[in-house]
Design a protein around this ligand. Sequence first.
Ligand SMILES: Nc1nc2c(c(=O)[nH]1)N[C@H]1C(S)=C(S)[C@@H](COP(=O)(O)OP(=O)(O)OC[C@H]3O[C@@H](n4cnc5c(=O)[nH]c(N)nc54)[C@H](O)[C@@H]3O)O[C@H]1N2
Ligand SMILES: Nc1nc2c(c(=O)[nH]1)N[C@H]1C(S)=C(S)[C@@H](COP(=O)(O)OP(=O)(O)OC[C@H]3O[C@@H](n4cnc5c(=O)[nH]c(N)nc54)[C@H](O)[C@@H]3O)O[C@H]1N2
Ligand code: SF4
Ligand SMILES: [Mo]
Length: 706
Amino acid sequence: MSDDVEKHYRACHLCEAICGVVIETKGSEVVSIKGDPDDPLSRGHICPKAVALQDIHTDPDRLRKPVKRIRGAAGEYVHEEIEWQEALDLAAAGLVKVIQRDGVDAVGVYLGNPSVHNYGMMTHQNALFRHIRTRNRFSATSVDQLPHHLISLWLFGHKLLFPIPDIDRTDYFLMIGANPVASNGSIWTVPDVRKRIKALTNRGGKLVVIDPRRTETAELATEHHPVRPGTDAALLLAMINVLYRDNLIRPRALEALVDGIAAVGTAVADLTPEWAAGHTGIPADTITTLAHDFAAADRAICYGRMGVSTQRFGALCQWAIQVINVLTGNLDREGGSLFTLPAVDQVTGVSPGGFDRHRSRVRDLPEFDRELPVACMAEEITTEGEGQIRGLFTGAGNPVLSTPAGEALDEALEQLDFMVSLDPWINETTRHADVILPPTSPLEHDHYDLAFHVNAMRNTARYSEAVFPKPSHALHDWEIFEALGERVAAALDLEARPSVPPHVIIDHGLRAGPYGDGTDQELTLEKLRANPSGVDLGPLQSQFPQRLKTRDQRIDIAQGPVLADVQRLRDQLAETAEGYRLIGRRHVRDCNSWMHNFTRLVKGPERCTLQVNPADAEREGWVTGGRVNVSSGAGCVEAELELTETMMPGVVSLPHGYGHGRAGSQTAIANRHAGVSCNAITEAGYLDELSGNAALNGLGVSITAV
Ligand SMILES: Nc1nc2c(c(=O)[nH]1)N[C@H]1C(S)=C(S)[C@@H](COP(=O)(O)OP(=O)(O)OC[C@H]3O[C@@H](n4cnc5c(=O)[nH]c(N)nc54)[C@H](O)[C@@H]3O)O[C@H]1N2
Ligand SMILES: Nc1nc2c(c(=O)[nH]1)N[C@H]1C(S)=C(S)[C@@H](COP(=O)(O)OP(=O)(O)OC[C@H]3O[C@@H](n4cnc5c(=O)[nH]c(N)nc54)[C@H](O)[C@@H]3O)O[C@H]1N2
Ligand code: SF4
Ligand SMILES: [Mo]
């Protein structure tokens, strides 16, 4: 390694914005991390989290070698370093023992969010999982975007066909339950969203935000309407009602492609703005105006994210959002929402997904894409009987903090016969593992955004070389999958297929893709290597009907299961709601549960506070800094109060991803900023019953002063 300052072009993989960065290094040190102005997508933008690329790499708590769990002197569990051979043998043997005794379904698998930010985990997970075809697969999808996948499958024929907001060319943007100014965008890769929002409002366009909290995004909006958590489906269906009632159905070019328009009109005929106003807290004339303004805009976008996905009517909301886009002719249209055409095209490469082909053993919840809702993972571990989970593999996930009723899961993990985790840290989840296999740091492996080019507001492609060489005696995530797969296959007498490294798969994907061999661009890995800031493939374009993957290349909006769910909405909204409604919150300097171990990201005022509206506080006698117990059917946490006008009365907000400081976890800084886990009070039984997605927002909680 030379001692000169070297420049490396790389993607920041920490969130979906996938910003291009320029990293300067000297020897083995990072000297600086800056935005890459030549990146055609991010145009130089970065957020305060980009420095974590360095902090992850240098964190002394990050495991450099595998560890196994043993009993310490006082009988407590401790993790001790072991060599790779021993670790891989132990991990494979532990899984094999469970399979040989109880069958493959006795092995559970949970994959967390960073597994889609790390392309080697995507390309190589099947090197292991093809030998463990368990029904008990789980992932962060069912505490997140499951409703988006389900609705994309039903309407467009593929789980990855997401309509992407074309913010740069729109006139009217209706944003529901999303806070991209803090999250940097989700299922919408949109680096520098603040600048793009300002450009929209500067050119006279509108941004209308529907959110129980006046968020950082709402502050930039032309309108903000607070909504009672969990009631957005009523708002959206009432808007659709107005479109029919006032003769505003105008599908434009979609007219020839869409079925079910009359049936949808019938289904919403009694769902008036007056009905919705009573549930949502948004006045009926405002709902009417929202529908009229949307229909009147030349180019409009309806988009909704976490807030309307992880709630009781997640799938119904995501359906209604796309139906509004369809009925007003704003889908597959510039300035509306469009599908991407990524250079490595997963829509043609991976399965479209499927729903309800089997169900969970204990609670009878439907699978999606061969995964069960993670809200039922704990009970599948603790309930005896055939198919009970006895061994668990977790990769890049922290379900103890990130899934509902996390404390019950925390206890359940102790009941397993064997657990192995693929993870760089000993945290709230991995502390239960018998063996932890730590991969190389992000700067030690190459990178291609297999997942997020699929969701990007512009078609680009970029490949980043590793910044630092792989240390000797270290393995990449994909190599660990492969090494485990070989061992499991050998023990079970199965065939382990030889594989090629992830970058070779990308090269094949590029050549076979829409800008590959025989096209003007002739994209190859070589060409991306020569353009480390990325290659621009142009703005999103209309692609109907050829991009649709439905059998008849048409869109049927009258989906039976969704229309049937409207009755559940009527029934459940009619139930009286007690207590305060709990919602979450994201801060620009965190990322789920795993960015609290870096001083630069956690410094400043305490962030794990319960935000409440001052009017509620006055009535209850609460003050900022006071402490309260927040409880639900799942449990109780003690939190510090923060009074803020930004909260809707009757609603309280607690961020997720906290609750550190548990015995055995080795994240020194996070443990000093422990906070409490929001998912200690979310309930495993509180679900979007249509999709199986967890309803993390909208739960009724009671609050008492400590
Ligand atoms: N800084 C930071 N960035 C992140 C992450 C992070 O943890 N920190 N996580 C990343 C991940 S994994 C994801 S999935 C994305 C999420 O990206 P976003 O969805 O944009 O982010 P959230 O902050 O979860 O926004 C959800 C919004 O919904 C609101 N909300 C809650 N309940 C309701 C409701 O019932 N109705 C309505 N209309 N709104 C509601 C909340 O107040 C919140 O403003 O962010 C990603 N980016
Ligand atoms: N109440 C509530 N709960 C929520 C949410 C909410 O808004 N409210 N948001 C939900 C959402 S959107 C999501 S996506 C989930 C996230 O849920 P999870 O994915 O389960 O949790 P993370 O906190 O993202 O944990 C990531 C784990 O991956 C590890 N890791 C990081 N990088 C790598 C890598 O390159 N390789 C490997 N092998 N491991 C790595 C980290 O050490 C950490 O253990 O949480 C969900 N939970
Ligand atoms: S917005 Fe921040 S965390 Fe997200 S990719 Fe860009 S620099 Fe990284
Ligand atoms: Mo997420």
